[in-house]
Design a protein around this ligand. Sequence first.
Ligand code: FES
Ligand SMILES: [Fe+2]
Length: 399
Amino acid sequence: MTAPRDLLNPEYYAGVRRRPMEAEILPGWCYTSKEWFDMEMERIIRPSWGFIGHANRVPNPGDYAAFNYAGHPVIVVRGRDMKVRAFANTCRHRGVELLPEGESNLRGAIKCPYHGWVYGFDGALSGAAGMEKAKGFDRKNYGLTAIRLEQWGQFMFLNPTGTAPSLKDWLGTLWNESAAYAPDDLVVTRRKSYVLDCNWKIIVENFNDESHIRTVHAKSLLDTTEKYQAPAFYEYGPGRWVTSYCKHEGTRSMIGGVDGPQGFGPMPSLGGRYAHGSYHPTIFPHACFGLCIDNGWVLEVLPIAPNKSRLTVNVFFHKSALERPDFEQIAERYYDRFDVSTDEDNIIQQALQRGYSSPDYKPGRLGYEELAINWLHNWWLDRMFGLPDKDVQIDERAA
Ligand code: FES
Ligand SMILES: [Fe+2]
């Protein structure tokens, strides 16, 4: 499917704009065109809040993570005051990249490798060698460029343009609704990253596809979901998120499910419907959370190119599980499940990319278990077309 010159002609997206059970999926160029991808970074990803990991990526003062976020080289660093901050990874003197991509600890300060300017963990410039004779130079004006970072519990989000509403407003009712999961007490104990030959949206769509469990995960998760039913309901906002809710008892986070190996049991904070099912909120545009009875997981998706993304699977538990002497041993059973199911998803996600790249691809239709994909498509398209972000509330119950 060749990309047309007038990418933003609304006629091309009329099929996506229909009601969910009448709608088509996106044209192929939305997954393959560099021009479309660049517009997405500018209009969807950078002006939004995007998930960048748990704050324990940088547990101690001076710990940092340097990475590229949608074209922004970023440093996330914990200060001596224990606050986590994000900065542009570029020196304020002559602009060199300050830190190589990766995670490590800075001893004492951030020191530029070129001429040795020195910045504190709070971004303030404390040493500027060679500037003694520069007229009117004030160190105060040359601190590192701050990039907006806010937290939902210990989960960190970035908004590179600094233009989004507060993260709390972004999450809307999800902020309070998810309080049952005590987000401050959830601890990511494993991050595992994959570089995939697929567009970032494919990962988010696959997460919101409830029907592939019966096929793609037939050999792994189906035991876990043998009493699998379509989600009991879907919700959309108020706020920038969609979710499905599946009613079930026991774990869905280990191979073998309720009849499988011993897990940690329900997280202590959960009551009501939260203790009897799983939520799968996707916070727009691309943070996918699996909130389960005994643990949870979150997909961190970094777009790299139209056909390349970095996926990091974060697995988390309530902090009380970590206090158990057998924590590591039991946690392995959960990690096994995520390794197996992620490998299965990655194969199909890359096959989707190849399908969308075919000159013969034509947009297909969505079924009920893919309903949230249409909501995502429409939110993404609204951003591409510069339309206002509506405060929507939709509750779809399964028939
Ligand atoms: S570019 Fe960093 S000190 Fe010169
Ligand atoms: Fe899957």
